[in-house]
Ligand binder design. Structure first.
Ligand SMILES: [Zn+2]
Length: 340
């Protein structure tokens, strides 16, 4: 999902009432945008019955679908012999939702919390998990991305955290806590009964996307490298590399796939996520090859979105506005930025 109010359009995803409060306040000073925001708020989609509930995926393996209206990511947790391993720190408010639910499933100490990547909805709750005794785990790429984005923490100008803190009280009340246990490509947890493998397969949603693979159960937690719904943010990634990375991930043979946002599914989620980008990229490439100007390409985007929505297995990935995503893909293919 998207990292901060500055980087995310107000219409991101399904813009519900609370999203208006947290992500759109700076824009409410503009009367036209304000009216659009409230129209979207009024047509917010009904909430899935699965949101904010705990699902047991396998014995000792749990899934909690975050409430995207509050910006929350999905969480997972795995109960080892002596400890609990948590997937995603979430935003601080999301951590507070899920922590008591973990306690309902196990009284073992939460010893590790894994950031699949550096974005706020996956890593800004880190301080709360550290306070609860957890060591924070991420790929080396995720920490590198954090250093680029969180310039305020790392000694430079205010970065994304400071931007998010302006609109999110939960962020303002906490502080950034970078991960300390890092791995370049893989890190395994194995107590003889349970095995969890953390893996990095390449650039996708970010340069640091880590996956959680349970080889015995064939369960895969993907972070935002794979979502299940209109939740893709491509600004920190590379769509061409993302398609290749998903190809490598598919080779694991996962039977249950837990996305970073949206409901749990099977291997079709990985395939559909990949197909969505392939189909989008194909259409943008045709526009590049036809030497269309950025303005012409921008004007063509709603038509591209409408076409993608007619493809049954990927229609659910097409967001309310495809412009930012399409522009990123266009630029990756050598195109110039869209005019305002
Ligand atoms: Zn993300």
């Amino acid at each position: 999902m998207r990292p901060s109010p500055r980087d995310r359009p107000f219409w991101f995803c399904v813009p519900p009432r609370r999203a208006v409060v947290w992500w759109s306040l700076p824009m409410l000073t503009h009367p036209r945008l304000r009216s659009i925001v409230f129209v979207f708020a009024a047509i917010a989609a009904p909430v899935s019955a699965q949101i904010d509930t705990v699902q047991t995926i396998a014995p000792g393996v749990y899934f909690h679908q975050g409430d995207i209206r509050r910006g929350h990511s999905n969480n997972g947790w795995i109960v080892f012999e002596d400890f609990v391993f948590v997937i995603e720190a979430n935003f601080p408010s999301g951590a507070k939702v899920v922590m008591p639910k973990i306690r309902e499933t196990s009284d073992k100490p939460i010893r590790f919390t894994f950031n699949t990547h550096h974005h706020g909805d996956h890593a800004y709750g880190n301080q709360l998990w550290a306070d609860a005794g957890a060591t924070l785990v991420a790929s080396t790429g995720a920490l590198a991305e954090m250093k680029t984005a969180e310039t305020g923490f790392f000694g430079g100008a205010p970065g994304r955290w400071e931007g998010a803190a302006k609109n999110r009280p939960d962020v303002a009340e906490s502080k950034l806590k970078p991960p300390t246990l890092l791995f370049p490509r893989e890190l395994f947890f194995d107590d003889g009964k349970r095995r969890v493998e953390l893996r990095w397969f390449g650039v996708a949603h970010t340069k640091g996307d880590g996956f959680v693979w349970l080889p015995k159960e064939k369960i895969l937690f993907t972070g935002d490298a794979c979502v299940n719904g209109p939740h893709n943010f491509v600004g920190d990634g590379d769509v061409s590399a993302w398609i290749k990375t998903l190809e490598a991930v598919k080779q694991l043979g996962a039977e249950k796939v837990v996305p970073g946002h949206g409901p749990i599914g099977g291997p079709e989620i990985l395939a559909d996520q990949q197909t969505y980008f392939v189909e989008l990229q194909r259409r943008m490439k045709a526009l590049v090859d036809a030497r269309r100007t950025p303005a012409e390409v921008k004007a063509a985007v709603p038509g591209v979105a409408a076409e993608l929505k007619t493809i049954p297995n990927i229609a659910r990935y097409v967001p309310a506005s495809l412009t930012a995503t399409a522009e990123k893909v266009f630029r990756e293919l050598g195109g110039q930025p869209f005019p305002p």
